[in-house]
Design a protein around this ligand. Structure first.
Ligand SMILES: NC(=O)c1ccc[n+]([C@@H]2O[C@H](COP(=O)([O-])OP(=O)(O)OC[C@H]3O[C@@H](n4cnc5c(N)ncnc54)[C@H](OP(=O)(O)O)[C@@H]3O)[C@@H](O)[C@H]2O)c1
Length: 264
């Protein structure tokens, strides 16, 4: 499946490169990167031996191609680079919303896998949704993203929109949660620094406990919620009629809708 060509090495492409380097997943000499304004991650990989913006003729060496440009730019990337690729190169697309059929068409009928990773890939704690009808494309996509964290294979392509809404966009939900917990702490009298330290450490610790204990989150929540206690008072708000459940459903549905729109 190598050499691998990364088309677009911005935020997500850069996170993939950093994650591979950290995991020791692929030899740098087996990585080609094309990006008009290379990120620091792309430059680091170049320093390790990857080929950055090689002549177009070199792109034909790639066996697997990751399409990692913004969804708005993928057609341009396909037009610019598609003709230089080997006929049997497999395309692994991370472009939100863009369907397999359109990618395959614009890349001359080549086989396609779709993945939706997230930026924690950079520290090998990413989460990737994957869909490919073709078994070889699926296996390659898994091999590319398994070193970067968890990979969840979805049974239907349409579910990639839902995978995007939960895991692709998901890190931002948690960051927003931390921001609002910090702000709420400051609003009830904590200094901004203390609110920040308490909120961050609590969220990171709670996530680590979720992982280490293997318990269901509802069970962990019950364990810290004593009857008529302080946590219960907060839960009555947070899990109430206008609380997190309807808000989260609405937020995730909005992300899913937008993913569909981006696909055109
Ligand atoms: N960011 C995330 O958390 C995340 C998570 C999951 C999936 N994704 C998906 O990842 C894709 C990329 O998002 P991103 O946030 O990483 O975007 P980004 O930071 O803008 O990175 C895309 C990179 O590709 C470059 N590029 C544009 N046109 C190109 C071309 N024709 N050939 C080669 N490179 C080209 C861009 O250069 P210019 O700046 O010059 O355009 C940019 O450096 C999107 O489809 C997004 O849906 C992102």
């Amino acid at each position: 499946m190598t050499p691998i060509l990364l088309l677009g090495a911005g935020r997500m492409g850069g996170a993939i490169l950093d994650g591979w380097a950290k995991a020791g997943a692929f030899a740098a000499r087996d990585i080609l990167i094309v990006d008009p304004f290379p990120s620091e991650a792309a430059k680091r990989m170049e320093a390790a031996g990857a080929r950055l913006n090689p002549p177009a003729a070199a792109l034909a060496q790639a066996r697997t191609v990751i399409l990692a440009v913004k969804p708005q730019k993928w057609l341009e990337a396909a037009a610019q680079h598609g003709a230089h690729l080997a006929p049997d190169a497999v395309i692994v697309s991370i472009a939100a919303g863009v369907p397999t059929e359109a990618i395959s068409r614009e890349f001359g009928g080549r086989t396609v896998a779709r993945v939706m990773p997230n930026t924690a890939a950079a520290i090998n704690r990413g989460t990737t949704s994957l869909y490919a009808a073709d078994p070889d494309a699926r296996a390659r996509a898994r091999a590319l993203f398994a070193p970067l964290g968890a990979v969840v294979e979805l049974p239907e392509e349409a579910l990639i929109h839902a995978g995007t809404a939960v895991a692709g966009s998901g890190p931002a939900y948690l960051y927003a949660f931390v921001e609002t917990l910090e702000a709420a702490g400051a609003a009830i009298g904590l200094s901004p620094d203390d609110a920040k330290a308490l909120a961050r450490s609590t969220v990171i610790g709670a996530a680590a406990l979720l992982e280490a204990s293997g318990e269901e989150p509802a069970e962990l929540r019950r364990q810290v919620t004593s009857p008529a206690g302080t946590t219960e008072a907060a839960m009555n708000v947070l899990l109430g009629e206008h609380g997190l459940p309807p808000l989260m459903r609405e937020a995730v549905a909005a992300a899913q809708r937008r993913s569909k729109e981006l696909g055109g």
